[in-house]
Design a protein around this ligand. Structure first.
Ligand SMILES: Cc1cc2nc3c(=O)[nH]c(=O)nc-3n(C[C@H](O)[C@H](O)[C@H](O)COP(=O)(O)OP(=O)(O)OC[C@H]3O[C@@H](n4cnc5c(N)ncnc54)[C@H](O)[C@@H]3O)c2cc1C
Ligand SMILES: *[C@@H]1O[C@H](CO)[C@@H](O)[C@H](O)[C@H]1NC(C)=O
Length: 400
């Protein structure tokens, strides 16, 4: 008997990690990715303890990450007339000392290149420039249709195809992603903050918020959130003229190093922030969604990629539990039952984080001095002992 073949749609963040975990357990994953290899684009991701724990299950991967372990989390108010240190936390370093991994900023394109190399090293079939345009699930098999007219068949299909998932549309119909009303303008800058203690900074301003964290010995990735009209997420740098006007605009005058991040940024990218309403189910028959395809989120809790890893890990755990022999035949009803069990563990948790990220974004970008001062005080309280943000993070890191 040959191992169970699984088609994975999308080689972004979730797809290759799922493929590697499945391969370890004796499955035969095949990945189809719409884009070209090394297409680049995007800025960075914050890998957190819950995500790094999953990556640690792939031998040798964490050691090869080219990101920067974070030691400190520092929050400042840069609101005029209320400039102050709000919160200073040493937990990232403590978490790392305790668990071996903690928080790590990575440049997305480098991280993705490592995942792709690892997938290929493990002999996993990976096809670029193949877009899945439709999916079918029957009593016997699941089948994808590609933009080239070809089809491919497997025991089951996992949609890891992100915010505008075609697999999701095939299962549940077309539905636009929800623009959250916020955009981010960001880049990667060298030489503004010393890297003696690699830090995650949050700068709370008037009508804006800036996050910045170390992604290498010399680079900080930064992103300014503001309330604006809709801007699509192409994940590409703005044109030169637009970059020039950001570098010469009001952001470049901001205090505490934020202005310098903007001024000295190699390239500047701007993108709208989207999420999606909660689905009641993520599967039909032999097809299931994970990652952004299932639960796209705005980035304010830094959990998008980390939840995608949790999904991949838990899905593989369930499969191993129910069919320890990876070559065994299983019926559509069986797959469907396991996928339902997966949803029972995952839908509420991810929906809570999507809501939490929305709310966090809303409080980050407030207008008016009075409101901004109140927000600053709230941030202090949320991160104090017993505060809501601290507790949420502890829950995330403590639960399996
Ligand atoms: C180019 C790019 C840059 C990004 N940059 C950032 C960033 O800087 N910061 C941040 O917080 N988040 C970024 N994101 C989003 C982030 O990667 C995800 O929110 C998160 O990590 C969850 O990963 P995912 O694998 O579910 O989705 P994604 O990482 O979005 O991956 C989905 C993959 O599926 C592919 N795909 C889509 N449709 C099809 C199809 N029909 N057939 C085959 N393949 C398909 C896409 O090309 C993509 O590679 C970016 C996403 C992309 C695609
Ligand atoms: C696994 O399942 C296949 C197909 O049903 C069977 O041929 C094989 O003997 C099984 N292997 C073990 C170790 O049970």
């Amino acid at each position: 008997m040959s191992p169970t073949k699984v088609i994975i749609v999308g080689c972004g963040i979730a797809g290759p990690v799922l493929a590697l975990l499945l391969k370890q357990k004796g499955y035969e994953p095949v990945i189809y990715e719409r884009g070209k290899r090394d297409a680049g684009g995007g800025l960075s991701l914050m890998l957190q303890l819950n995500g790094l724990r999953v990556l640690s299950k792939i031998p040798g991967l964490v050691e090869k990450l080219s990101g920067m372990p974070i030691d400190k989390s520092t929050m400042f108010s840069i609101v005029p007339s209320d400039e102050r240190l709000l919160v200073e936390l040493e937990f990232p370093e403590q978490v790392r000392q305790h668990y071996g991994v903690g928080l790590m900023g990575v440049q997305r394109s480098k991280f993705l290149a490592l995942l792709v190399d690892t997938v290929i090293e493990h002999g996993i079939e990976l096809h670029f420039e193949r877009q899945v345009v439709d999916v079918e699930t029957t009593d016997e098999y699941a089948r994808v249709k590609l933009n080239t007219g070809e089809t491919d068949t497997a025991s089951f299909v996992v949609g890891c195809d992100g915010l505008h998932s075609n697999v999701r549309t095939a299962l549940f119909g077309m539905q636009q992603a929800t623009f959250t009303g916020l955009t981010q303008t960001g880049g990667i800058t060298e030489g503004v903050f010393s890297n003696e203690k690699p830090t995650m900074f949050n700068f709370y301003g008037l009508n804006m918020h800036c996050i910045a964290y170390a992604i290498s010995k010399t680079q900080y990735s930064w992103a300014i959130t503001q309330r604006e009209s809709e801007t699509k997420e192409t994940w590409r740098a703005m044109d030169e003229a637009a970059q020039h006007s950001v570098r010469n605009g009001p952001f470049s005058q901001l205090p505490s190093g934020v202005g310098d991040l903007v001024l000295k940024s190699a390239q500047i990218t701007k993108y709208g922030l989207y999420d999606r309403p909660k689905l009641e189910s993520w599967h039909r028959g032999r097809v299931i969604l994970i990652g952004d395809a299932a639960h796209a989120t705005s980035p304010h809790l830094g959990q998008g990629a980390n939840q995608a890893f949790e999904d991949a890990d838990y899905l593989v755990q369930l499969l191993v539990k129910h069919r320890p022999n990876a070559s065994q035949e299983s019926t559509t009803a069986e797959f469907s039952a396991w996928f339902k069990e997966f949803e029972e563990a995952r839908i509420e948790r991810t929906a809570m984080l999507v809501r939490g990220a929305r709310e966090t974004g809303e409080t980050r970008v407030v207008d008016g001095l009075e409101e901004a001062r109140k927000r600053n005080d709230a941030v202090c309280a949320q991160w104090a002992e017993g505060g809501s943000a601290l507790r949420r993070m502890q829950d995330l890191y403590n639960s399996k």
